[in-house]
Design a protein around this ligand. Sequence first.
Ligand code: PMP
Length: 392
Amino acid sequence: MGQGFPNWFPPDFVLNFAKESIEDKSKGASIHHYARVNGHGPLVEQLVQTYSPLLKQDLRTENVIVTDGASEALYTAIQAFVDPGDEVITFEPYFDLYEGAVIMSGGVIKPVPLYLEESKKNKDDLTSGDLVFDVEKLKSAFSDKTKVLLLNTPHNPTGKVFSKEELETIASIVKDHPRCIILSDEVYEWMVYDDAEHIRIATFDGMWERTLTISSAAKTFSVTGWKVGWAIGPQELVSALMRAHAYIVFCVNTPFQDALSKAFKHAREVNYFNTLREEYQKRRDFIIKALKEAGLKPIKPQGTFFTIADISKISLKDSEGTETITGVNMGIKDWRVSRWLTTDIGVTSIPCSVFYSEENRYDDFIRFAFCKTDDILQEASERLKKLKDYNK
Ligand code: PMP
């Protein structure tokens, strides 16, 4: 339950379209050769149709670019917009790829913490909605060097889905900084639970002009190995991204883009996105119950396929005071616990300290990915029961 990839096959319709596209000889061999730099025409057309209502825009082809997964959209956008010394604001903890991409552009990450208010810390049923940010801290993170606000909703690793009010606050602050654009990473856009709603910052007043909305087929169609993602926004931003993209990867694999163009059309027709959400919500409920029964304190995610759990109650010492839970990176508790969970308990998690900057490193949480079949989740819940013996 470490890395975030589903252990199942993509839906049959997705697989069948892939086979069909690979074997399609109707246009000669072109399906096996370089695609259009901004994306294979049929996929771009489907993205235009899918996202026009979602982004409340009459999208055109020029508003879309297909990338090598959301990862490349993020990396390339950062290379395109961030110059040495420029600052990139993001909420912390953050997906670790962000920092690497910013460092490679010569930029500087300015983290703004998501935190639990003191009054909530002892609450039993925490949800990711209890994680908040300090508006003053966000305001003061901005400077005349700020170039990008990197937003991620639903948020990895916490599962937080930013509310309308929070997004309004963010948008109103960004408006005061004309140099700043928004990269909105929305790869978990279809995995939102209970009454949480995925709201797109690009739909807020004055935000379309300065936002690139980034997503990917990886999670939506359970094809993390296909590496097909996209960025959507105003033509000037997309075209700047394209100029870097053309010199980084040039284009994205053609056959899977073709298959996804058909998959999108079909998915809209059969309301696939809603089914996906319902299935994930069941898995989320199962894993939250299992973690609670094991004595961990999970924060119930409003979105994504991750949950983070508090390990502060796990004792690293036995009754004689000998350290029984050891491992790599000895000084960092969550690394030790994650490694020990893998080797001794048989369930892998990710230490959340990897999602923090060095100066704010926080090591009381580990992340579990629940994008796994029922048999795996069931087995994990059995193994996690052993944790009870280690609770303080
Ligand atoms: N953004 C976030 C927040 C992610 O969690 C991931 C995948 N772990 C990505 C981007 C990368 O997406 P892709 O696989 O499409 O490159």
